[in-house]
Each structure stands twice: as structure tokens, then as C-alpha cells.
Write a protein that binds this ligand. Structure first.
Ligand code: PLP
Length: 399
């Protein structure tokens, strides 16, 4: 039976202990205080329901007008979004996709032959492993290290490239998540310069995932890679985080970089997009209004995140065992907890004993145990009670 399927699909499909524990907890009808909330549509945000539903019935949506890059009106709206960030992105350099995952898929297809390597940050978003498997791409991690804030360990990036080279695999791109999930760290300007230098020297592209760009907790607006012109750069984002609308399936690639490489990349991406034509007309016509939704949603989310962070810091100040790592942006915070065993055991114990659900750091490939990931967009009351129970549980386990 095993040989029937492509090797790339031979994933371990057994349920992990954490998922099993959660399912058993729910089956037993027990309370869950969910500090992993990441679905913006079910956490009590107020959307402009009528406007969003009305715009899905745009009259033009009844005409089929296949456009591989996506309808111009939608791309123009995305250009306006970047203009508000001080970045000029021409509609010609945009490709709409149904998700950031699809955008990654197009880019892996554009840049990598089977067995080629892409550098990815660790810790980071776990979906990359599956995306790479599906496209026969190898991932080599480069480390983000925590020392008064998160920073890229460029020695580990160099080591990752050397590992690829020893395996006679070509390094085709470096992936940067800006800000990263779950560390909440932005790529600093001098780090972006170093990434440019590495990519220019090794004929590699930058793929910058900016889905959380707007959720910066700092005063200054963060830089966007969409205006990076030193090397070929693909900036990914979409409405799932920008406007809290993951169900609408609207994302994009913004390409930038030196000519004629940029035009060549766009022509090839257009063929890839044309092969699928995956964007639906009603959704594309709705993009301008859905992008406008971001103002209200981001205001509510920012309020929630700063409120939850204040509660977290106040509770942390009452004890000494746990602390939170610095967070610059994004929807998550990382708690550093004493290591008395694997983080997964801690998360399962916490759920069973207190009903509080958090994510163990190893889901995100933290280099060591002692990390729990919590969502800052959790509704306030649930968050406060969850944090109190979590800290009491850790203290009890330690005494
Ligand atoms: C870093 C990062 N990129 C992409 C995504 C998914 O975006 P999309 O819904 O557009 O596929 C997520 C979702 O959590 C994410 O954390």
C-alpha cells in the first residue's frame, strides 16, 4: 500500500498526543480556556457585516474575465495599501492568490527545481514543512536567537547554506517572516541589508511573509520588503490577517527587484497563475471594500493585544518563575517557563488540570524546551483567567 503513493505524501498521519488530549477533553464536555485563538472571525470582533455581504454581489462578477495576475481593480487596491506604507508597488508587479500558501506554492515552483533548498527561520510557522514537501523543496533552517530581543543568527544561515552545498543542493531563496510567527520579531534594517548581501552573492531571492506587518507594537511603522530592489524579492500578504478575513481567501505576491530579472519573474509567474486561474470574480471585485475593513479590525485587534499584554505583564510581575519574551508585533507572545520536561507534556498537563490550552514551543521548532506560545488576540476575560491558571499551575508544579 505504501508504494502506491508518492513518497512526498508519506507523512506521519497519526494524531499527536496534544491533539488527542484536546479531543478527549472536549469529548468529556470539559471547559477549554483557549489561549491559542487565531481565528479572527470567532473572537468577538465587530465587522461591517452588511458592507461585506453586499460587496460580494457586485454586478461585474457575473462576467468571466480571466486575468492571470488578478483583476486590475483588485490589484490597484492592493497598490493603495502599500502606498499607505510608503511603498510604491505597481499593479503590474502583483499577482493575486487564494492564500499565502498558494503564493508560496507559486514561488517554490518558480524558483526551485526538485531537491533545491530554501532557507527558513527557526523558530517559525510550521506549515513550511508541508509546503516544501509538496513541491519537492528542501528546507534548511537558520536560527533566530534570543538575546535582548530576537535576532537572526547569520552564522547559522551560513552553516545552513554550507549544509545545502555539501548535499549538492542549490540554495534558491531565503524566507523571512516579518514579523515572525510566533516570536513577533521584525527583520531589522541591518539584517535586511545582510540578507540582500547573501542573496546577491549567491543568486538567491528573498521571500518575505508580511501577513502580520500591520500588527506592529512599536511606534515607528515597520519597513516593508515590497520596496526592496537590491535583489529579486517576493513579498507575501493577504486579507486573512490584514482585515481578519481568512475565509475570503485573498492573498498576493508583490514582486520587486532589479530589471530585467523582475520582468522575467513576472512573466513566468503569470504562466503559473494562468495555469490555475484560481481567483473567483466575486471575491476579486470585493477586494477594495475588504481591504478598507482593515481599519476597524486592526483598531480592535490592537486594543485587544495591548490590553492582554498589560494583563499578562501585571500577572507576570506577581511571580518569578515565568517571563515573556520581547514581542515587537504579530498576534502571539512567547512565555519562557522552567523546564521540567518536554513542553508538550506541560501543555497537556495544563489542559487536563486547568482547562487552559496553549501551544508548546516545539510546534514551532524552538531550539530548546521551556517555551509556550499564547495568542494575544484571545478575548480579554478568557485571556486573563487563562494566564492566572497557567501561572498557578507552573508554580504548583515547581514547588
Ligand atoms: C506566517 C504566516 N504566513 C501565512 C499564514 C497564512 O495565511 P493565509 O491564510 O493567507 O494562507 C499564517 C497563518 O497563520 C502565518 O502565520
Amino acid at each position: 500500500m505504501h508504494n502506491f503513493f508518492a513518497r512526498r505524501t508519506s507523512w506521519n498521519l497519526t494524531t499527536n498526543r496534544y491533539t488527542e488530549a484536546l479531543a478527549a477533553h472536549r469529548r468529556a464536555g470539559r471547559e477549554v480556556l483557549d489561549l491559542t485563538a487565531s481565528n479572527p472571525t470567532i473572537i468577538g470582533l465587530r465587522y461591517r457585516d452588511d458592507e461585506l455581504l453586499k460587496v460580494l454581489a457586485h454586478g461585474e462578477a457575473l462576467t468571466y474575465n480571466p486575468t492571470p495576475q488578478g483583476l486590475l481593480a483588485a490589484r490597484e487596491a492592493v497598490s493603495t495599501y502599500y502606498a499607505a506604507h510608503g511603498s510604491q508597488v505597481l499593479p503590474d508587479n502583483l499577482i493575486l492568490t487564494t492564500s499565502t500558501s498558494e503564493a508560496y506554492s507559486f514561488l517554490f515552483r518558480l524558483l526551485c527545481d526538485p531537491g533545491d533548498t530554501v532557507l527558513v527561520p527557526a523558530p517559525s510557522y510550521p506549515l513550511f514543512d508541508f509546503l516544501a514537501d509538496l513541491h519537492d523543496v528542501k528546507l534548511e533552517p537558520y536560527e533566530l536567537v534570543y538575546d535582548h530581543g530576537w535576532q537572526i543568527d547569520f552564522h547559522s544561515a551560513q552553516a545552513a547554506m554550507e549544509r545545502a552545498s555539501r548535499a549538492t543542493s542549490r540554495c534558491r531563496a531565503v524566507l523571512a517572516v516579518h514579523p515572525n510567527n510566533p516570536t513577533g520579531s521584525f527583520v531589522k534594517p541591518r539584517e535586511a541589508e545582510e540578507l540582500n548581501r547573501i542573496c546577491a552573492a549567491n543568486e538567491m531571492a528573498i521571500v518575505a511573509d508580511e501577513v502580520f506587518l500591520d500588527y506592529s507594537l512599536g511606534k515607528d511603522p515597520p519597513l516593508t520588503f515590497s520596496s526592496n530592489s537590491t535583489v529579486l524579492t517576493f513579498t507575501l500578504s493577504g486579507l486573512s490577517k490584514i482585515s481578519g478575513l481568512p475565509q475570503m481567501k485573498i492573498a498576493w505576491i508583490a514582486a520587486s527587484g532589479p530589471q530585467p530579472l523582475l520582468s522575467d519573474a513576472m512573466s513566468r509567474l503569470e504562466v503559473i497563475a494562468d495555469t490555475y486561474l484560481s481567483m473567483s470574480a466575486p471575491l476579486q471585485w470585493a477586494v477594495p471594500v475588504m481591504l478598507e475593513e482593515r481599519h476597524g479590525i486592526q483598531r480592535q485587534l490592537r486594543q485587544r493585544m495591548t490590553g492582554n499584554l498589560a494583563v499578562l505583564d501585571a500577572e507576570l510581575a506577581l511571580q518569578e518563575l515565568c517571563r515573556r519574551l520581547e514581542v515587537e508585533g504579530g498576534w502571539y507572545a512567547v512565555l519562557r517557563v522552567p523546564v521540567v520536561g518536554p513542553d508538550e507534556d506541560l501543555a497537556i498537563g495544563l489542559l487536563r488540570e486547568t482547562g487552559v490550552l496553549v501551544q508548546p514551543g516545539h510546534f514551532y521548532d524552538f531550539a530548546s524546551d521551556g517555551h509556550l506560545v499564547i495568542s494575544l488576540i484571545t478575548p480579554g476575560d478568557e485571556f486573563a483567567e487563562g494566564i492566572r491558571r497557567l501561572l498557578a499551575f507552573v508554580a504548583g508544579r515547581h514547588s
